[in-house]
Design a protein around this ligand. Structure first.
Ligand SMILES: [Zn+2]
Ligand SMILES: [Zn+2]
Length: 279
């Protein structure tokens, strides 16, 4: 509850997971109640919809996403709150399975779709990568592949918010303690950020890094500054909570950082249409 002690109100947490994610455990009702008690202006449940087939049978995943979206919508219909309760999901690895992605997008009308990449090459998820066992140059090669995948995802573009653009650093820098110089990816990152801006998508600031070893949001200040310099203004904010205690965690710090960098508003989505909240 420390977030409540901040002098500025928490505006949004639009990236959270319920028990309908393979790695989540909370009931939708508990999450929505917590979002309301934190006084959030906008709150979204965005369960995992990772299209990498070996991880889930597709039909089970479709059922999970439908249950998640339907339960959020039912909770919203049954409660009158000042918090906008939003439906959505986190669509992972859509560039590898565009046809399957279309099937998921057609399942239910939702408020927002988060686009994300968790994998590279043959690695199912950076989470499983033994960074310490891999030569440094190979890590840089995997990172380059990761950023290129994100560029392809943005070019595909059938989502609203690009999630955690520095996701691999959570494991490489945070967990394995391997320093990474992102300066060598500057042209690639500029291309990625420019395409996000061109397509009028939102760049997500994912506060999970603040409570993990890496200790900074994903992405961090350097990339957010560059996004602003390039003309990027659409920002979505999410805790990536997989349990109640993390809902809203780090959001106040991220809001403060964004204000410092010159951002004046956050963007959330209702029925896939952007709306803004003043920072
Ligand atoms: Zn993710
Ligand atoms: Zn997530």
């Amino acid at each position: 509850m420390t977030a409540n002690l901040s002098d500025s109100p928490l505006l949004m947490d639009c990236h959270t997971h319920s028990r309908h994610s393979f790695d989540g455990k909370e009931e939708i009702s508990a999450l929505c109640e917590q979002a309301v008690s934190l006084g959030l202006s906008a709150y979204a449940v965005t369960d995992h919809c990772d299209l990498y087939p070996p991880r889930y049978p597709v039909e089970a995943l479709k059922t999970a996403i439908c249950q998640s979206v339907d339960q959020v919508a039912a909770w919203r219909d049954a409660h009158s709150t000042t918090t906008r309760i939003l439906t959505g999901f986190e669509l992972g690895e859509a560039v590898d399975y565009p046809d399957l992605a279309e099937e998921f997008l057609a399942l239910r009308p939702v408020d927002l779709v988060i686009g994300s990449i968790h994998r590279t090459g043959d690695i199912v998820d950076f989470y499983y990568l033994d960074c310490a066992a891999i030569p440094r140059e190979e890590i840089y090669r995997l990172l380059e592949d990761y950023f290129r995948r994100q560029i392809r995802l943005v070019e595909w573009g059938k989502f609203d918010v690009l999630a955690h653009v520095t996701y691999p650093l959570r494991y490489i820098v945070g967990d394995a303690g391997i320093p990474i110089d992102l300066a060598r990816f500057a042209p690639l990152l500029d291309e990625l950020l420019s395409k996000v801006i061109e397509r009028d998508l939102s760049l997500e600031v994912n506060s999970s890094g603040l409570r993990q070893k890496i200790g900074v949001p994903l992405p961090d200040e350097t990339i957010l500054k560059r996004y602003y310099q390039l003309g990027g203004r659409r920002i979505s904010l999410g805790s990536d909570a997989h349990g109640l205690p993390d809902l809203g965690a780090g959001i106040a710090d991220c809001q403060q950082l964004l204000k410092k960098l010159g951002f004046t508003e956050l963007t959330f989505y209702q029925q896939r249409q952007p709306h803004t909240l003043s920072l």
